[in-house]
Write a protein that binds this ligand. Structure first.
Ligand SMILES: NC(=O)C1=CN([C@@H]2O[C@H](COP(=O)(O)OP(=O)(O)OC[C@H]3O[C@@H](n4cnc5c(N)ncnc54)[C@H](OP(=O)(O)O)[C@@H]3O)[C@@H](O)[C@H]2O)C=CC1
Ligand SMILES: O=C(CO)COP(=O)(O)O
Length: 331
């Protein structure tokens, strides 16, 4: 069996490399910065992202993406959603002819409003059934800690999904296959936006009724968009929908929720960006998701308000008042 390339040695790429190794695969993990690759090679740790994790010997690190991709049967993409297109444009020529591309990213591309699997198909010039999406309630630090969790491995080609499922099955991670790529990707991208709103309400000192309402109505607008794009509505009741939404909103580990807390305390976007270092995908994706919803005539009131707070300087309290004063309607 050949090796797996994991491209991106941030929180999730690093934790996912461990999962693959624990499932019996040899992994070559690409890090953008030499210091990260060096730390992994010499100390088996990635102190910038997951300082407590000791990586298994089957994970090697490199700063050479061509070396990582060449000969790999699985190529896992774990970079920020908005850099994927540029990264993959450089990497695609090294892909093996029938390799499987696995997307870990939870975002929608700005400008094009494309899902990550669509960006992969377009940029790498591969068939859609070669792309597998992994999404679910998978906070990287908890997975690295081997706390039991489940995830979804989605692909239009069931055999390929099953192959990836086998490559990420460990005693602490239980992957389920699914053929609804659209639903799984939308669940992952939109929950980051709802988690921003949840973080804002947390910082505003609002209680559990407010937060349960946000989760429930957030899921409703996610499913509305999903159905308009061809997703199976049941996906949103599953791990990649409700599961990930609940995990992200309720966890202080979530970068999106934490970012929302900064905004809820009255900080500007720039202040929140300075205070938080890692990728909070919802901050940019809320723009793309709003555009996508408007293009399909789907109402997404929470997403609209999150976008206004993030990018138009709206006050979170005003945003909440706008949501509460919407025209009455049936559930
Ligand atoms: N963390 C989590 O718990 C989970 C994250 N995800 C998703 O995984 C994706 C990756 O996130 P995550 O690993 O958490 O992010 P992190 O912020 O932890 O790490 C980002 C990684 O991408 C690299 N990077 C940053 N900019 C570029 C660029 N321009 N080109 C190439 N690489 C770049 C960083 O390198 P450097 O260190 O050099 O800056 C780093 O290795 C996101 O879409 C996220 O939503 C999904 C499930 C769980
Ligand atoms: O996607 C995640 C958990 O499933 C991680 O969420 P954050 O990116 O908000 O940390």
């Amino acid at each position: 069996m050949s090796h797996v390339a994991v491209l991106g040695a941030g929180s999730w790429g690093t934790a996912f490399a461990k999962v693959l190794a624990d499932a019996g695969r040899d992994v070559l993990l690409w890090a953008r910065r030499p210091a990260v690759a060096e730390a992994i090679s010499t100390t088996r740790t990635n102190p910038d992202y997951l300082p407590r994790l000791r990586l298994p010997a089957a994970v090697r690190a490199s700063t050479d993406a061509a070396e990582a991709i060449t000969g790999a049967d699985l190529v896992v993409l774990a970079v920020p959603a908005q850099t994927l297109r540029g990264n993959l444009a450089e990497w695609a020529r090294h892909l093996e002819p029938d390799s499987t591309l696995v997307s870990l990213m939870k975002g929608i591309e700005l400008g094009t409003t494309k899902r990550m699997s669509e960006v992969i198909v377009e940029t790498a010039g591969v068939a859609a059934d070669r792309v597998v999406v992994v999404s679910g309630p998978n906070l990287a630090a908890e997975i690295a800690d081997e706390q039991p969790a489940a995830t979804v491995v989605a692909c239009t080609d069931t055999d390929r999904a099953t192959l990836v499922q086998a490559s990420v099955s460990t005693p602490y991670l239980r992957p389920y296959t699914n053929d609804d790529v659209i639903g799984c990707e939308l669940g992952g991208a939109v929950k980051n936006v709802i988690a921003l709103a949840y973080g804002m309400t947390t910082a505003m000192g609002l209680g559990d009724n407010t937060r349960a309402t946000l989760i429930t109505r957030g899921l409703a607008e996610t499913a509305r968009l999903g159905v308009a794009l061809g997703a199976d509505p049941l996906t949103f009741a599953g791990l990649a929908g409700l599961g990930d939404l609940v995990a992200t909103c309720s966890s202080p580990l979530s970068r999106n929720r934490t970012f929302g807390e900064h905004l809820g305390r009255g900080e500007t976007l720039e202040q929140a960006q300075t205070a938080t270092r890692q990728t909070a995908e919802g901050v940019k994706s809320c723009l793309a998701i709003r555009d996508l919803s408007r293009a399909h005539g789907v109402e997404m009131p929470i997403t609209e308000q999150v976008e206004r707070v993030c990018h138009e300087g709206a006050d979170p309290r005003t945003a909440m008042a706008v949501l509460m004063s919407r025209k009455p309607r049936p559930e």
